[in-house]
Design a protein around this ligand. Sequence first.
Ligand code: ADP
Length: 386
Amino acid sequence: MKILVLNCGSSSVKYRLFQGAPDATSTGPASWTFVTLAKGLIERIGEPGGGAADHTAALQQVMGSVDLSGLRAVGHRVVHGGSLFSAPTVIDDEVVAAVEGLVPLAPLHNPSALSGIAVARKLLPDIPQVAVFDTAFHQSIAPDGVTYAIDTELAARWQIRRYGFHGTSHAYVARRTAELLGLPSDQANVITLHLGNGASVCAVQGGRSVATSMGMSPLSGLVMGTRCGDIDPTVIFHLHRVAGLPIEEIEHSLTRNAGLQGMADANDMREVQRRRAAGDPAATLAFDVYCRRLREYVGSYLAVLGRADAITFTAGVGENSPAVRAEALKGLSALGIEIDETRNQRGDPVISADGSKVRVCVVPTDEELEIAEQARNALEPDGAHL
Ligand code: ADP
């Protein structure tokens, strides 16, 4: 049984073809094993000299280059599911219309997913297509965790609330952490730190998201490669009213020229660390701001959870930077969090010291695999599609 996973960005298409089979060694309901048959990335779509003229051409290229015999489903990554989608959803015309309705909430992201869905439905009309939303996992957060303290009518009218993102990654990593520690997934409390170009924290209680740092958009929360994370909203009024910057310019600055890029003129944590090691004060401050924000969120989510079994680092920075991991959790031994520096440097799956009450883990994320698993789960209930 094959599942094709598509992640369509505005100028790129990432794909991965899986072969799935029931896992003979396991007895759980969702225990399938997936093997990657093919994967690839088509970039700079629509640009001169780019990988393809448009999304249709890119997907034709993908589908022409892989063997789709035995294909049972296509899983699409969709960034924004608003308040409408709390689970992977088999796509029909109604679902497409609903995702179109959410474009104002995710103008940079949902349109490319929609074009991927449209083309895939046309090219593979008999194959069920499943939308897997970045926001869905966070729909379990209680109202007091997603409500902004603003005028209720304005919020309701304009769909203003916290949605949260990176849900597939947080869900996958929390589950893998529980497996790694030999805990039942529905009883494990895990704080997951997804630190890639975009970055977010999630408090996962028994497999359900109960708090997350991104908000209505992926701009809030942690310091990121080019995004500012949490700031006082007055910064925006001030830049507009006092500095005279147009709104578009402010948005560009806070999303593309902030975070590590804004503070240290480098969006890549490796470069920031190199310059910090060479004594560059801007890079040193950027690194410290980045890690302090992490520590503040960890403390906050420990309070939300009351008890944490583990803190797990994932994605590019989380999986590869011992320096960030050590600095982010520095000085927390009174809270039962202690890193073993040898394990941290090696990047072991468990990097906490033996006596650490809260275990600290490094778990590689795999969003495509999670999308494949969720697509399979979405089709399974009545077995009709498989
Ligand atoms: P995306 O969010 O685009 O999926 P990744 O999860 O791959 O990105 O994370 C990319 C980021 O990971 C890079 O910008 C870089 O800063 C960081 N990174 C990768 N390797 C290392 C490393 N060895 N040390 C520190 N940071 C790293």
